[in-house]
Design a binder for this molecule. Sequence first.
Ligand code: GLC
Length: 717
Amino acid sequence: MERQQLIKLVEQMTIEEKVDQLLQLSADFYSEVAEERTGPMADLGITEEIIDRAGTTLGVSGAKEAIQIQKNYMKKNRLGIPTILMADIIHGFRTIFPIPLAIGSSWDLEVAEQMAEVSAKEAAVSGLHVTFSPMVDLVRDPRWGRVMESTGEDPFLNSRFAEAFVKGYQGADLKEDFFRVASCVKHFAAYGAAIAGRDYNTVNMSERQLRESYLPGYKAALDAGAKLVMTSFNTVDGVPATGNKWLFREVLRKEFEFDGVVISDWGAVKELIPHGVAEDEKEAAELAIKAGVDIEMMTTCYTQYLEELIEEGAVEAELLDEAVLRILTLKNELGLFENPYRGADEALEKRWILSEEHRNAAREIAKKSMVLLKNEAILPLNKRDKVAIVGPGANSKDILGAWSWQGRQEEAVSLSEGAQAISENVLIGAESFDYFTPSQAAIDEALKLAKQADKVVLALGEREWMSGEAASRSDIKLPESQCQLFEQIKEVNPNVIVTLYNGRPLDLTEIDTAKAIVEAWFPGTEGGAALSEILWGQYNPSGRLSMSFPESVGQVPIYYNCDNTGRPFEVTPDEKYVSKYLDVSNYAKYPFGYGLSYSQFSYSDFCLENDELVSGEVIEASVMVENTSDYAGEETVQLYIRDRKAEVVRPIKELKGFKKVKLSPKEKRKVSFMIDEKLLRYVHSNQKFTSDTGVFNIMVGANSRDLLTLSFKLTNR
Ligand code: GLC
C-alpha cells in the first residue's frame, strides 16, 4: 500500500477502531476455546469486540495457531486490517543458541547475524512477524539478572552486535523475504543501569553519561533499520521511560529521526501509577500517548480512556492518528495487507524447525562463545584420558537460558552426551545431581568416579531461572554445596576442570584453584556437544569476555572503561589516600576482552604510520601477531584509545576496534587498524558528540589489560 492509502484507511476508521489498534493482547485472547478467553478478558475488563479490534498480538507459537488467529481476525475486521504477531525470540526460536552475553563473548559479528537469521527463519515459518530483540541495554552490574540478555559492558561492542542482530532478523527486504521478522530494539533506555542491580529499580545518571555509554547501542540498532522500539520499565532522570516525552519525542524521534512504532514493555503504561507520576489509568494513558508510545502491551489505559481524553481536549486527536498510522505503516512494511499470513507454513515448520542445519549452526556458535578462563596445561583432554564427568551440570539439559521460550530442554545435548559422542573413556554418574542440595548418594558417586579417573570435569553453575527477568542476585558466587563439592573432588583427584553454565559474570573465588575453568554460559540446544568439542580440543577456544568478572561483588559496578580519578591507585599503590579498597583489589578477576586459547599468541612491532593525525585524514596503526604454539587458533586483536586530556573526564581506555585473525602454528601476521578523528569523539558537556585536538594513547593487545601502548596527537593543521 502507498502512504496515501494508509492515511485514507486511518480516515475511514472509527475512534474505537483507532484506539483499539493501539492495544496488544496475548494470543490467549484468541483461543478457539472460549473458556480460555473468559479469564484473561475478565482480568483486563475487556469485551470480545475490543479483542477483535486489538491491533497486534503477543506470543503466538506455531503456524497453525498463527493462521487460525489471522484468519479469524481478518474475518471480523471491518476494514480488512490484519494483526501483527509478535514474540520474544531473544536467542533462538526452537533451536536455541547461546544467550546474548555468550554471543557477545564470541566477538564475532557474523555469528550474531547468523543466530538472528536462523532464529528469524524458525519464527517466521511459525507465523511470527516481529521479535522483541535485540536487547541492547549496556550492563555493568552482574547482580542484574537480565545481563544474560545483553552483550555486555561496552558501548562500541554492543553497537556492533546490535547492528548484526538487526541485519540478521530483518535481512535486505523485509516485505518480500518471508523468512525474516521485524526487530524491536529494547529497552529504551538504560534499563541495565538499575541501581544495585535490582530489576525494575531506579536508573539515575547524567544526560551525558546516558548519551555516552547507554544510548549508542539503541542508535546503532535504529541506524541498522530496526522497525520498533520498546520502552523500559525504569525511570530516566526521574521520569519513567514509558511516560518520558524528552526521551521519546526529543531524543528518539527528533534526534535519532525514528518514525517507527514504539511499544510499551509489558504493563509499563499502567505502571506509571505505582511510579507515582500518574494518578490513575486515565492520566497514565495521557502521559504515554504524549510521550509517543504507540502500542500499549497488555494493559488497557488507552482502550479505556483515550477517546475520553480526546473528547475533553486533553489529548489531540492527531496523536492518536499518528500512532495508528505508524502501526499500519509497520503492517504495510511487513506486507501483511497483501500477505497476512507471511511465512506461516506447517510444511516449512517441519523442514526448518530444529533442522540439522540449525543444530549445526547452534553448535558452531556455542563453541565460538565459550571462554577458556584458566588452563594449567590440563586441557585439551585426549581420548586416552579416563575422564569423569560429574556435578550438577554433567547430565543437565537446563542449559537453554531464561529467554528460551519455545526451546525444549529435552532436545538439548547434555555435557555427558556430548562427551560420550567423542570419547569412550568417560565415566558418567547415574545419580541426578541437585544444583543446591545434592543427595549424599550423588556426592558419593561423584567422588567414586573422580577417584577412578585421570581427570575430572566438574560441571557447575546456575539454573536457568537464576538469571533473566526478575532474577537479580545479591550474591554472585556459586551455590555453597557446589563449592564444597569442588573441595571434596579436588581432595580425591587434583586434576579438576570446572565448566560453568551461568547467565552472568560470577565471583569464582571458591573454585580458583581448579586446574582449568571453561565458561560455557547457557550455551543452548547443542551446548553439551559444543562444550565437549572444546574440552577434547576439537575446537580451539576463541571466546573473549564482553563483561568483566569481578573478584568480589563488592567491587560492582566494575568495568574496564572506568575513569582515572584524581587519586589513581596505579601511581602510588602503597599510598593510603588513593582510590582503592582495604580488602580487595581494584581489578576484575577476569577483565573485559580476556580469554585463553590452546594456542599462544605474541604481539610485537606495534607502530603508527605517523604520530600526528590531522583531522580529516587517517593514520594506520599496525601490530605483528604471532601464533608461537603448535596449535592453530583464532586471536581477537583489540584496539583501545585513551584521550589524555579533554573537556570532561575520559575513560582510561575505550574499545575502538577489534579484528579476529586465524593463525596457523608459528604463523605471524600484521594486523592493521585505520585511525581517524571520528574514533576520538565523545559527548561534551554541551551534549555534542565531537573531538578535541590533543594527545591520545593508542593500545593494542589480547584483552583490555595486556596491551602495547603508543601515543599520537590530533591536530587541525
Ligand atoms: C517482558 C520483558 C520484555 C519482553 C516483554 C514481552 O516483561 O521486559 O523484554 O519483550 O515482557 O514478553
